[in-house]
Design a protein around this ligand. Structure first.
Ligand SMILES: CSCC[C@H](NC=O)C(=O)N[C@@H](CO)C(=O)O
Length: 714
């Protein structure tokens, strides 16, 4: 099966504005604005001159590969339906002949993968291999995840049940292109973070063992494991030195009795190097304070050892997420990404001469691509490679071409390229706009900044209806989830969850609402202090001040009817929606709460120890008082609740409990429930159903209009 695209669109600064004949301003549907392909998972194999990505369009997920030398783009899969099976973790072999990917969702604690279509046969997560010439359909290797090609591309490792497995790749022409998978070795604990040695003879891995992690090296010829500087810590993110004689890793203190994960907290961390032959290690650098945690969890590659012999790692010890360079012998630490901004995705070509990274430097509510030189002693001077009103992330370099994920305020995330240093981009994929996508009917969001009652500065994006008549309109406040997220002045880059949310805020503006998307404290993009704001969430809901300030901003606008302000959001945004209706039904006329948290104290006892926010006995009282469940006596405004019952991030019981209690109190509630789908809905049709229900609910509550009939399910 081969589907070749040869062609692209060249655009100037500011991103591409697809021309559309069939969209009049403000007249498009939810399905229309969600109809564009959305690209994720961009990977490169520069040695082979190839890049790969996943395109998801109306729930149909496809894998593509582009040959930078021939200019040919090939579709490698032929999945045809909105099947709810995610595709992730793409890798291309060094010889460019194979691409591997993972299909399906990870197993939960009960060993069950998400099965959003309620397939009676169940669902799985499996590793696939596909030849990059498109000569045959993907080969299912085995159940598992975390695939990793050997340096020659002739072997593939993957994880199954926390153990390391191996397949040998034969020639493409043979009728048996891969061997039967076999377990490479057995070790106690849960093995992860696999890394082949440069010579392909050894495998570096992390062995997760509860209170502690070890770093191990498995030697394929000796069939033996060497443990690296075993201690009482949680060693992680191991990487090889270019010569394969040393490894580096991040050391985080081991767990104490009763210690619980706290996504909003931090912990100290250190950078270690060790000799593989002896397993002896030493500390090169340690953080001044609790600067770790998010710096290891959020970046895709928290630690690197470049071929120019520099260790690169993320840290927030100077108040922002920056990438630092450290000699492997210790010594001077260099901030590679200076400025009041966050560094996010990074790429270092094999020659190790430059760091390419995405950041909101000098444009705090967008993302652009930057680079800095890694060689020589010149002062670090970030060089902007992309600018303007687009959103560019995930840089990879093949030859002299920079490839990246590119979006704008009226274009969903595609794959673009430009010669390094050029000011115009070439949109590689998609090569044409989705027929129903209403690019010309969208509104460019405006940056709005206001202050909360305690003086904290809050950024927001304002979506105004097309009509310029200044009438008293209903308004909606959108709150993202996480909460370690940031909505931007353009299509969101972090998965369908936020790309859809951005699209729906566009749609709601087209329906006549004034829409304000609020980047409340506890989010990212504005420095560590903002993200780790005091008394947030279960410790006092300090971020709620930002939602009140957003309401105050909207009330100050002459085009907003202050009696018709609604709330909506998912997950942490669902929590804040429910909190607003519970505490201030006088301010907020209604809300749509998509899988929100409603009782922090309950979550602390019933969802992973401490609820992910380290909610213990000592926090129980303030956690409950920071929850919507605490203020039910004051809740009056109607609310639509949406939740899928195989939610592994926010327990479905949170909605069951709250809706039952609100019904007991006569509060108007509506529910839309998806059996067997997960937290971030895996089925596109469930997102469409959610937004149709949201549209109808707000139409009824804020515009006194009847709900539109739902479109028939596909
Ligand atoms: C205690 S609230 C949990 C919120 C949830 N976090 C992790 O799963 C969440 O907001 N998840 C998504 C949004 O779906 C996210 O952006 O992390």
């Amino acid at each position: 099966m081969k589907l070749l695209f040869i062609g692209w669109l060249t655009v100037g600064l500011g991103g591409l504005a697809f021309s559309q004949s069939n969209s009049l301003p403000g007249r498009y549907s939810i399905e229309d604005v969600l109809s564009a392909p959305y690209c994720t998972g961009l990977v490169a194999e520069p040695q082979a001159g190839r890049i790969g990505w996943v395109s998801t369009q109306e729930g149909v997920r496809s894998v593509y590969i582009h040959n930078g030398r021939s200019g040919q783009t090939t579709k490698l899969t032929n999945y045809q339906t909105d099947d709810g099976q995610d595709i992730s973790d793409l890798h291309i072999s060094a010889d460019g002949r194979w691409l591997t990917f993972v299909r399906g969702g990870a197993k939960n604690g009960e060993g069950v993968s998400p099965n959003p279509t309620s397939n009676p046969a169940g669902a799985e997560q499996a590793v696939y291999l596909v030849p990059t010439d498109g000569s045959r359909a993907p080969i299912r290797v085995a159940p598992g995840n975390h695939p990793a090609f050997s340096p020659t591309g002739k072997r593939l490792l993957f994880a199954q049940g926390g153990q390391v497995h191996l397949v040998e790749l034969a020639g493409l022409s043979t009728d048996k292109p891969i061997t039967t998978p076999s377990r490479l070795f057995t070790a106690r604990g849960f093995q992860t973070d696999f890394r082949w040695s440069p010579d392909g003879g050894r495998v570096l891995f992390s062995s997760v063992r509860g209170y502690h992690n070890f770093i191990g090296v498995y030697d394929l010829s000796q069939k033996a494991i060497t443990w690296i500087a075993p201690g009482v810590d949680r060693d992680q993110a191991p990487v090889w030195s270019p010569d394969g004689k040393q490894v580096a890793f991040i050391r985080v203190p081991g767990k104490k009795h009763g210690e619980m994960e706290n996504v909003q907290g931090g912990h100290p961390f250190a950078i270690w190097v060790a000799d593989v032959a002896t397993g002896e290690g030493r500390e090169l650098w340690h953080s001044p304070a609790d600067d770790g945690g998010f710096a290891q969890d959020y970046p895709a590659e928290p630690l690197r050892w470049t071929t120019t012999n520099k260790l690169l790692f993320f840290s927030e010890h100077e108040g922002w997420m920056h990438l630092y360079a450290l000699p492997p012998t210790g010594g001077k630490l260099t901030d590679l990404t200076p400025g009041a901004a966050e560094a996010e995705e990074t790429f270092v070509p094999a020659d190790g001469r430059y760091l390419y990274y995405s950041s909101n430097l000098n444009d705090i509510d967008r993302r652009h691509i930057w680079r800095v030189a890694l060689t020589g002693n010149e002062a670090v001077q970030p060089e902007p490679l992309t600018t303007g009103t687009g959103i560019e992330t995930d840089p990879v370099v093949v030859g002299d071409q920079l490839f990246y994920r590119s979006a704008s305020w009226n274009r969903s995330t595609g794959i673009a390229k430009r010669r390094v240093g050029d000011t115009s981009e070439t949109l590689l994929f998609p090569t044409e706009a989705a027929p129903r996508f209403p690019a010309q009917a969208l509104t460019e969001p405006k940056q709005v900044i206001f202050k909360a009652a305690d003086g904290v500065e809050v950024h927001a994006q304002l979506f105004l209806p097309g009509s310029t008549t200044q009438i008293s309109r209903p308004a909606l406040i959108f709150m993202h989830g996480g909460p370690m997220r940031q909505m931007l002045l353009g299509w969101h880059y972090r998965g369908s969850y936020y790309a859809n949310a951005y699209a729906i805020n566009q749609y709601l503006a087209s329906q006549g609402y004034v829409v304000l998307s609020v980047n409340y404290r506890a989010g990212i993009g504005y420095g560590r202090a903002f993200r780790r704001a005091d008394r947030q969430g279960p410790r006092g809901a300090s971020e709620y001040q930002d939602i009140l300030a957003a309401a105050k901003y909207l009330q100050s606008r002459s085009d907003v009817n202050p009696l018709k302000i609604g709330l909506w959001g998912g997950s942490y945004g669902g929590y804040l929606t429910a909190l607003g209706l519970a505490r201030n039904s006088d301010l907020f006329a209604c809300g749509v709460d998509i899988h929100g948290v409603h009782d922090w104290a309950w979550r602390g006892n019933h969802f992973s120890p401490g609820g992910g926010w380290a909610i213990g006995e000592a926090e129980a009282k303030v956690a409950f008082e920071s929850s919507p469940a605490f203020n039910l006596d004051f809740w009056r405004s109607p609310c639509l609740f949406v939740h899928a019952d195989d939610d592994r991030n926010v327990t479905f019981a949170e909605t069951v409990d709250l809706v039952q209690k609100l019904r007991d109190k006569g509060v108007p509630t509506e529910v839309l429930i998806f059996p067997d789908d997960a937290h971030s809905f895996l089925l596109h049709k469930n997102w469409v159903r959610t937004y149709q229900a949201l549209d109808g609910f707000f139409r009824k509550q804020l515009m006194n209009q009847p709900e539109k009939p739902l479109t028939s399910e596909k």
